[in-house]
Design a protein around this ligand. Structure first.
Ligand code: C5P
Length: 416
């Protein structure tokens, strides 16, 4: 229930993406939010208030002159006590209205009359030519200057048959962005690089040695860091997990590839978090052909050689960012964790009981630093990741940023 107790005013404007707003409403309600839907006349051509009322569980407002509110001031009352206004989908016309302070229907008037500090989040949805038109560019720039948070859009196939930027984000992505908007921006402007997932070390063209890491903890840290305002690059071993929205992901397979990718991305990073379960050894005698079973049943003789230690190699550089390591220990965690932090040369090491956490939804962490250790009790991995991000932010050599709800940066989702 990430949005428990939050009141969201959800505005729909005219666009085929209104069908995604139905899904978004369900997702918001499931996350615990109270959703007050307001629709423009344009939106009514695409979806009915009956649908939106059924999904939100609240009467829908469509008309400035709706007399259901006692003082007849829906444009004021609907946003008082709200935690955010979300416009999804936001048409090119409505974007223009917002940029120019137009107020000729309930939704635009309500946006103009919103209390100072009430976050306005806008999910554009329009044809690629409309999105790229200089007039829309100007409107978008104006909204950003006004502190309005843009959620997307994404590029891809459009309902009109054209292809390009202007698709509204999916409901799940919008939900994530709305949740992110409420997280404190503890890492605003910080560049954070991290590794996650397992590595896979080839034996022959079809076989490999790997481990049971799912990538869940690392992906949760990537998401939490981006929610906190960081610009995140995730270097991932093979994982079935979706890339957290707004995170740049680079895929690798082996430890050597991960090492090379980290070194290539290191310049300009402020924080490096090594969550990946890197294979300690790779096969030295990788076969170019698939190994065949022998008649005598003799197994192949594999020789191993040690992989480079990515974390230690980063930590020992003169220009090292703030380094955070993870340790999956099966026993004597307190002793091994403290020793490992010193051996790796990192200011912060995060211990977990590896065999208990791999693939699981929750975890329990122990943080080791120069002053001793701190326990983060068992919780789901995203909750722990947010706590870890706060711990990292508190240790960085700069003051934390204010925590106003706003969209986290999206380095590669928008051409702006
Ligand atoms: O030595 P150990 O594998 O237990 O260390 C775990 C920590 O070191 C993790 O943060 C892991 O991502 C990192 N590591 C690494 N390169 C390796 C082995 C581990 O970056 N080759």
């Amino acid at each position: 229930m990430e949005l428990a107790g939050k009141k969201i005013v959800l505005g729909l404007t005219g666009g085929i993406a209104c069908y995604k707003a139905a899904e978004l409403t369900r997702a918001l309600v499931k996350a615990g939010a109270a959703v007050q839907v307001v629709m423009t006349q344009g939106a009514l051509h695409f979806i009915t208030p009956v649908t939106m009322q059924a999904l939100s569980g609240q009467p829908v407002f469509t008309d400035q002159w709706d007399g259901r509110i006692a003082n007849n001031m829906a444009h004021i009352d609907l946003t008082r006590g709200a935690d955010a206004i979300v416009i999804a989908p936001c048409s090119a016309d409505f974007l223009s209205k917002l940029a120019h302070g137009g107020a000729d229907d309930l939704l635009s008037t309500l946006c103009l009359a919103r209390p100072h500090g009430l976050p306005l989040l806008v999910a554009p949805a329009m044809n690629v030519e409309m999105w790229e038109n200089p007039a829309t560019r100007r409107n978008v720039a104006q909204l950003q200057a006004d502190g309005v948070a843009l959620l997307g859009p994404a590029a891809g196939d459009q309902a009109c048959g054209e292809v390009g930027m202007g698709r509204m984000l999916e409901a799940e992505q919008l939900l994530g962005e709305i949740i992110a908007a409420f997280q404190p921006k503890l890492l605003a402007g910080t560049r954070l690089l991290l590794t996650a997932g397992p590595t896979v070390e080839a034996i022959d063209p079809v076989r490999a040695v790997t481990n049971f890491s799912s990538g869940k903890m690392g992906y949760a840290v990537a998401r939490a860091a981006r929610e906190a305002g960081a610009i995140v690059t995730l270097i991932s071993g093979p994982s079935a997990l979706p890339t957290p929205y707004g995170v740049r992901r680079i895929d690798v397979r082996s430890a050597q590839q991960m090492h090379a990718a980290v070194m290539a991305q290191l310049a300009g990073q402020h924080v490096f978090v090594a969550v990946a379960a890197v294979a300690d050894w790779r096969v030295a005698n990788v076969s170019e052909q698939k190994l065949k079973k022998t008649a005598g049943g003799k197994p192949p003789e594999l020789q191993f050689e040690q992989n480079p230690d990515i974390l230690a190699d980063v930590a020992k550089r003169a220009d090292a960012p703030f380094c955070v390591g993870f340790a999956a220990e099966s026993d004597h965690l307190l002793q091994h964790g403290a020793e490992k932090r010193i051996r790796k040369g990192v200011p912060l090491l995060v211990g977990n009981l590896g065999h208990e956490t791999f693939g699981q939804e929750d975890n329990a962490l122990v943080l080791f630093d120069a002053n001793g250790h701190t326990e983060l009790p068992r919780a789901d991995k995203l909750t722990l990741a947010r706590q870890l991000v706060a711990q990292i932010a508190a240790r960085l050599p700069r003051a934390p940023q204010p925590s106003a709800p706003t969209a986290a940066p999206t380095p590669d989702a928008s051409p702006l």
